[in-house]
Write a new protein. Structure first.
Length: 407
C-alpha cells in the first residue's frame, strides 16, 4: 500500500469550513488506496494570538510555559480534523507530537528533531485509520518537556515523519499554488515552477522564500523524499521538490528577506584568534551568524561585518561589544535597515557571468551592494532595506525570468 504524508498549514484549516474541506481531501486520498498521515498546523493566526496573549499576561520570558501554550493550537486542529474525517465514514485518530514519537532537543522555541519513534502512527495505519499528527511540536526525552520546532515547524514534522515511515511522497498543502520564481506579491508576473532541486529549494528557503522551512528541505534531501508543494484550495499540480530535475535552469528564482541586521565590529586588531573569539562567543549565545565580510586596513586593524537575525540582535550586540572591549577594538555598529536579495539556480555551477550581470543590474539602478556571499547555486547581496523590492523586480526582469514559462 502506498503511503502519503500530507501537511496542512494554518490558512488551510482556518475555520470549520476549511477543516471539512481538508477532511474531504484526506478521505479522497485514503479512498484511492493510500495510507494517509496528515500533519496539521494551528488554525489561521492562532499561534500569533496565543503569543500576543502571553505578552499581555507577562512581559517576561517563560520558554517552557510558552511551548506548552503554543502547542495547544495544533492540538485543537488535530482533534477537529479527526472528527470531520470520521463524519465522512473513515476511521481516524489524532496524536500530539509526543504521542507520535517525535523526540527533540531541549531548546524551547527552536528544538530540533533527534529521532522519531512512530510506533503508534504505524499501529493506526495498520488498523486502517487515517492518522492526524499535530505539527510544530515534539518532546525532549530527557526532561519530558513539550517543545516547539520554530516557525514553519510543521513542515519539518511532515517531512521527517515521511522519512521515518518510508512514505512515497510528502505533500505540503498551503495557500499558494507552489514555488514561484519570486514572491508574486512583489513580482505579479512571477512564474510557478514545475520542479526544483533540493539544493535550489534549500537555498531559496534560506534566502527568504517562505513556502518551505529550510529544515524540512534538509530532511527531504537527506532521505530523498519527494516534496510536492501545492494549493489546498484546488486540485492543480504544484511544484515538485526532488533530487534531480529535467532541466537545470541557470537562474531558478529570486528570493529576498528583510528580517536581518548587519553588525560591524570596527578597528579590530588584525591578529590571529580575534575572529575565533568573536564567533565562538556568538555561537555560545545561540546567535546564528550568516554572511561575514572582513576588511583589512593598512593600520594593522580590520573591520568585521556579519549578518544575524533581527530577533537575535540584542544578544549579538552584547556579545560583540564584550569581545570588542576585551581586544581593544574601536567599537560596534548595528544596521537594522538592511535586506538580502539572492539569485538561485543550479545552472550557475556551469554558467559564467551571472554574478557580473546581477551586480550590473543593481548598479544601473543605483542600488549599492554592502556585502556579498555565494554558494555553487546562489549569489546573495546585502543592500539597503528600502531598495529590496525594487532590486527583486529589477533582477527578475534583467535575468530573463519575466518571460520564462514555468521551468
Amino acid at each position: 500500500m502506498a503511503l502519503v504524508v500530507q501537511k496542512y498549514g494554518g490558512t488551510s484549516v482556518a475555520d470549520a469550513g476549511r477543516i471539512r474541506n481538508v477532511a474531504r481531501r484526506i478521505v479522497e486520498a485514503h479512498s484511492q488506496g493510500s495510507g494517509v498521515v496528515a500533519v496539521v498546523s494551528a488554525m489561521g493566526k492562532r499561534t500569533d494570538e496565543l503569543l500576543a496573549l502571553a505578552t499581555e499576561v507577562s512581559p517576561h520570558s517563560h520558554p517552557r510555559e510558552l511551548d506548552m501554550l503554543l502547542t495547544a493550537g495544533e492540538r485543537v486542529t488535530m482533534s477537529l480534523v479527526a472528527m470531520a474525517i470520521e463524519d465522512l465514514g473513515v476511521p481516524a485518530t489524532s496524536f500530539t507530537g509526543s504521542q507520535a514519537g517525535i523526540l527533540t532537543t531541549g531548546k524551547h522555541g527552536q528544538a530540533e528533531i533527534r529521532e522519531i519513534r512512530a510506533d503508534r502512527v504505524r499501529e493506526g495505519l495498520s488498523d486502517g485509520k487515517v492518522v492526524i499528527v499535530a505539527g510544530f511540536q515534539g518532546v525532549d526525552p530527557d526532561s519530558k518537556d513539550v517543545t516547539t520546532l520554530g516557525r514553519g515547524g510543521s513542515d519539518a514534522t511532515a517531512v521527517a515523519l515521511a522519512a521515518s515511515l518510508g512514505a512515497d511522497v510528502c505533500e505540503i498543502f498551503t495557500d499558494v499554488d507552489g514555488v514561484f520564481t519570486a514572491d508574486p506579491r512583489v513580482v505579479p508576473n512571477a512564474s510557478k515552477l514545475k520542479e526544483v532541486t533540493f539544493e535550489e529549494m534549500l537555498e531559496l528557503a534560506s534566502a527568504g522564500a517562505g513556502v518551505l522551512m529550510p529544515r524540512s528541505v534538509e530532511f527531504g534531501r537527506r532521505f530523498n523524499i519527494p516534496i510536492h508543494v501545492r494549493s489546498s484550495f484546488h486540485d492543480g499540480e504544484g511544484t515538485w521538490v526532488k533530487e534531480e530535475t529535467m532541466e537545470q535552469a541557470i537562474v531558478r528564482g529570486i528570493a529576498h528577506r528583510s528580517d536581518e541586521a548587519k553588525v560591524t565590529v570596527y578597528q579590530v586588531p588584525d591578529t590571529p584568534g580575534i575572529a575565533a573569539a568573536l564567533f565562538e562567543g556568538l555561537a555560545a549565545s545561540g546567535v546564528n551568524v550568516d554572511m561575514i565580510v572582513q576588511n583589512v586596513s593598512h593600520d594593522g586593524t580590520t573591520d568585521i561585518s556579519f549578518t544575524v537575525p533581527l530577533v537575535s540582535i540584542e544578544d549579538a550586540e552584547e556579545q560583540s561589544s564584550k569581545i570588542a572591549n576585551a581586544v581593544g577594538a574601536g567599537g560596534v555598529s548595528i544596521d537594522e535597515g538592511i535586506a538580502r536579495v539572492s539569485v538561485v539556480g543550479i545552472g550557475m555551477k556551469t554558467e559564467a557571468g551571472i554574478a557580473a550581470r546581477m551586480f550590473r543590474l543593481l548598479s544601473d539602478r543605483g542600488i549599492n551592494i554592502q556585502m556579498i556571499s555565494t554558494s555553487p547555486v546562489r549569489i546573495s547581496c546585502v543592500i539597503s532595506g528600502d531598495e529590496a523590492l525594487e532590486a527583486v523586480r529589477v533582477l527578475h526582469t534583467g535575468l530573463g525570468l519575466d518571460s520564462e514559462e514555468s521551468a
